[in-house]
Design a protein around this ligand. Structure first.
Ligand SMILES: *Cc1c(COP(=O)(O)O)cnc(C)c1O
Length: 365
């Protein structure tokens, strides 16, 4: 059994994907070909945002967002300590300082109460300038945006949604209005790494925004800070475009995505039925929808449980065993063990089961 069965998905979509790839090989516009623009329009329509700017990967998407917001040395950017490394890495890469925040014990997402405490601490210390928050839709579940947006507004901070795992998730408010992942905050980002809910066959990413000015800057930054044409360079940017072939593949995968989301939710419901008695199963708050990038459980005896699954031929993976404040790359920030009690407990106890839309039946115990 595969942890994420990309081969099953390819077999299901093979005719369509092969034809799309052949089209690109025939027209030959390998960089910024027509499929890139078509995909950007379709992604914008799906997520419900004005602008989508595709790029080379999800990490660059975050870096592009920080460039647009002019995040620089001396700035504090708040992000969860329990996340994938890229979320925090891009902050240091922009020469700003990541300020880590503990997690919510039920959702595993950034804890708004701890977020506010850490913002107040940075203000009281008076060394760094609080500038932005990067919230992460961990394992497919959107972060608590109603609360995070309120805090961002209160402290005049920009909000970035890292929807690398969250694409396809949503939040419906009490009035019945639904907002999809990729539409929260000032700028949102995603990744098309093959194992993400919407993945291509290589690296890829995208940035989402409703802000016209940001969109124009993003289109410039992704091609060497181009001005009116690509040999007129008006700012320092990067080279981060989505390959036309990857856009072509994503067009077929996006068309199938709503159906896959239903299958993922069925798989999660099956797990819930079988496992809720033994484990703390994933909590999806009322009104929220997860895209189930991962199906993650908690257990104090995770090593034994993972070994037992392995014996049955069921692969399990730990996402994530090391928090950001425990990473060697961030020792200079001076955090200590015990600074983030919930995230540290998660790092010790989490493990994820196979999850993908083509999963049939996993025998659980
Ligand atoms: C995968 C991931 C990224 C980075 O995406 P890449 O395309 O691999 O660069 C960023 N943030 C989170 C939360 C991720 O899971």
């Amino acid at each position: 059994m595969q942890f994420i069965d990309l081969q099953a998905q390819y077999q299901h979509l093979k005719c369509k994907i092969d034809k799309r790839i052949a089209d690109v090989l025939n027209h030959g516009k390998y960089i910024m070909g027509p499929e890139v623009q078509e995909l950007e329009q379709k992604l914008a329509a799906y997520v419900g945002v004005k602008h989508v700017i595709t790029c080379g990967n999800g990490t660059d998407a975050l870096s592009l967002a920080l460039m647009v917001l002019n995040i620089k040395e001396g700035d504090a950017v708040f992000c969860p300590t329990f996340t994938f490394f890229a979320t925090a890495e891009v902050i240091s890469f922009a020469n700003a300082t990541p300020v880590f925040v503990d997690s919510n014990a039920q959702t595993f997402n950034i804890c708004p109460i701890d977020l506010e405490k850490r913002i107040q601490k940075v203000i009281a210390e008076g060394v760094l300038k609080p500038r932005a928050i990067i919230a992460v839709d961990l394992f497919g579940l959107p972060a608590n945006y109603p609360e995070i947006e309120r805090i961002a507004k209160k402290y005049d901070l920009k909000l970035i949604e890292d929807a690398a795992q969250g694409f396809g998730g949503s939040i419906t408010d009490v009035q019945g209005n639904t907002k999809k992942a990729g539409s929260f905050g000032d700028i949102a980002t995603t990744s098309f790494f093959p194992a993400k809910p919407l993945g291509c066959y290589g690296d890829g990413g995208a940035v989402f925004t409703n802000n016209d000015e940001y969109a124009e800057l993003l289109r410039s930054y992704r091609v060497h800070g181009k001005g009116s044409d690509k040999y007129d360079n008006v700012r320092i940017g990067m080279n981060s475009r989505l390959d036309t072939i990857q856009a072509a593949i994503l067009l077929e995968k996006l068309a199938e995505f709503p159906q896959e989301l239903i299958s993922r939710n069925k798989a999660a419901a099956n797990y819930e039925n079988e496992l809720a008695k033994q484990y703390q199963t994933p909590q999806v708050p009322t009104g929220y929808k997860s895209s189930w990038a991962q199906y993650t459980l908690l257990d104090q005896n995770r090593d034994q449980i993972m070994a037992a699954y392995k014996e049955q031929g069921i692969p399990t993976v730990i996402y994530y065993g090391i928090c950001m404040h425990q990473q060697t790359a961030f020792v200079d920030l001076g955090y200590q063990s015990g600074d983030f009690p919930i995230a540290e407990k998660l790092a010790k106890q989490v493990f994820s089961l196979p999850m993908h839309p083509y999963i049939t039946k996993v025998q659980c115990f």
